[in-house]
Ligand binder design. Structure first.
Ligand code: NDP
Length: 270
């Protein structure tokens, strides 16, 4: 039998009810992990994810993994604290945190409502900070290291006009990853990020569900298509597992070549 990459690991995944987070939860369960599925408001989707993780564990021959769903708005510190308390009660210790929850709100930057910018930053950035702090405190108390993988974006390095809060949050995700990685490397804590490109999830319904818009988006991607969530989840598995035991502070872009700036394939300037 092939060895499971996350055998017995206790994992908290934020925003795991749908999209990329759900794919990570199912893949990790198939690799032997015990998974807490966080969601904000969509309990039905979280329960559907729970059923998928249980089925994945059963297929992999993992008995009683104990997966569970846990509601929390990651942008509220009190919710995060209660979520980690629930996690402690269930799994008594944590090995891996996946900071995945994220939203975006479109608006010309000069007209963007400060409340919308604040909401995006609170969810995407404060949420990752609150959860990382809670996880690191536990890693340090446990004394045997730990792993954090952040869900960033190609917009960590590519500007995203019309999405100021999102751009700010993902830019900051790069330094969150690098700062925590450096600060806690000597305690055996690894912190990395995955930077997805255009991926087929609800967040992109505006173009994934419209063939014309989708063709335009995919026309900009060097590999010629959007990513499926499983292709992104595979990078999270790599960084979370001991296959990446010597990697910390890095962002792995899973973007079909978007960060290669396809428009520069032919030289059009000097
Ligand atoms: P989806 O919209 O499909 O799913 C978002 C998830 O985040 C849901 O589970 C949702 O929970 C949860 N969520 C939203 N707000 C909160 C909150 N305040 N607290 C807790 N959970 C919350 O998004 P994706 O799967 O596309 O995105 C996941 C991550 O991937 C995000 O960080 C996003 O920025 C990033 N990303 C996505 C890309 C893409 O093309 N799809 C590209 C680059 C990065 P609920 O179901 O309860 O609402």
């Amino acid at each position: 039998m092939t060895e499971r990459k996350l055998e017995g690991r206790r994992v908290l995944i934020t925003g795991a009810s749908r999209g990329i987070g759900r794919a990570i939860a199912v893949l990790f369960a198939a690799e032997g992990a015990r998974v807490a599925i966080n969601y904000q408001g969509n309990r039905k989707e979280a329960e559907a994810c729970l059923a998928l993780t249980e089925a994945a564990s059963a297929r992999a021959g993992v008995l009683d993994p104990g997966h569970f769903i846990v509601q929390a708005d990651v942008g509220k510190e009190s919710d995060v604290s209660a979520m980690f308390d629930a996690f402690d009660r269930r799994f008594v210790g944590i090995d891996i945190l996946i900071n995945n929850a994220g939203i975006q709100i479109e608006s010309p930057s000069d007209k963007a409502d400060p409340k919308d910018i604040e909401r995006v930053l609170r969810t995407n950035l404060d949420g990752a900070v609150f959860c990382s702090q809670a996880a690191i405190r536990r890693f340090l108390a446990q004394g045997d290291g730990g792993v954090i993988v952040n869900c960033s974006s190609v917009h960590q390095i590519i500007p995203k006009p019309g999405y100021l809060g999102y751009s700010l949050s993902k830019g900051a995700m790069g330094n969150l990853t690098r700062t925590l990685a450096l600060e806690f490397a000597d305690r055996g804590i690894r912190v990395n990020a995955v930077g997805p490109g255009a991926t087929v999830t609800d967040i992109n319904a505006a173009w994934t569900d419209d063939p014309e818009q989708r063709a335009i988006v995919e026309g900009h991607i060097p590999l010629g298509r959007a990513a499926e969530v499983d292709e992104v989840a595979a990078a999270f598995l790599f960084l979370a597992s001991s296959d990446a035991s010597y990697i910390t502070g890095q962002t792995l872009y899973v973007c079909g070549g978007l960060t290669l700036y396809g428009e520069y394939r032919q030289n059009w300037a000097s």
